[in-house]
Design a protein around this ligand. Sequence first.
Ligand code: NAD
Length: 294
Amino acid sequence: MTAKILEGKAFAAQIKAEAGKQVEALKTQGVLPGLAVVIVGENPASKVYVRNKHKACETLGIYSEVIEMPADTTKEVLMAKIDALNVNKRIHGILVQLPLPQQIAAYESEILDRIDPRKDVDGFHPVNVGRLVTGQPALVPCTPAGCIRMLELAGIPMDGAHAVIIGRSNIVGKPMLHLLLKKNATVTLCHSHTKNLQEITRQADILVAAIGKPYFVTADMVKPGATVIDVGINRIAPKKLAGDVDFENVKEVAGAITPVPGGVGLLTIAMLMQNTVAAAKMQLKQEEYGKYES
Ligand code: NAD
């Protein structure tokens, strides 16, 4: 049996359409959602990502500011820019594009923590992390949030399923653990020190690979009929990307699988639009009721 291919394009279009409707609804309430993306330096890949985020905003009618800062920007100057965006009423979401240049990379956490948690559309601020872990409404990192939305839209049951995640990063693995828990899955989180990995992955109804190693997940690691979500994006040649999953062989065993490229990667920007709208709604509510509520 060949697996159902979960194409990111259709899911991303659906998520963006949902966000677009909410943008229109907010406009009728006098609010134009706004996103500011701060990019420091000249990293070519980051520039492409930022351009794509700006384009997505334009398509959905979200106000978008791209703030380009020179590569030698100091921590203090960047923090001052974040402070200004935190109090800018036109801006509901703030994102600092990573990676930061070398001279400020060591201050990454400090810099990201400076963002007002209500505007933290990347969901990296400890307040949002804490809210996610304790099951409260939160702004959640876009990639794992996109995976969950895709599973929902594809009708893959999560309640009671055994989900196995490979990778424990703050951006993907750990938030994915909490999002799946919230969906009542039984979750196992594996990482580079996990013993008998194959034994564990073969128990998964839903297997999420977020490792950063091309073709790491092979067919013999997958239970027949499982849903396999490949978060990995690995450049294996100048113009060739590969996922963390050996797609060609795993698709013969799995029940459903995401391709790379064309899978989960497309959902990240769609969820960023969704998070920007959610942040705008939250801030509107706070203005109306005078308290932090979402
Ligand atoms: P990371 O490097 O921060 O974490 C990798 C994880 O893999 C670690 O927790 C590590 O313990 C685990 N790991 C490494 N070797 C292992 C092994 N042999 N066995 C078991 N676990 C092992 O990576 P990340 O930031 O979570 O990214 C993972 C992948 O997802 C990368 O390819 C990245 O490019 C991709 N990614 C894609 C998107 C997107 O689609 N928009 C977003 C973020 C990350």
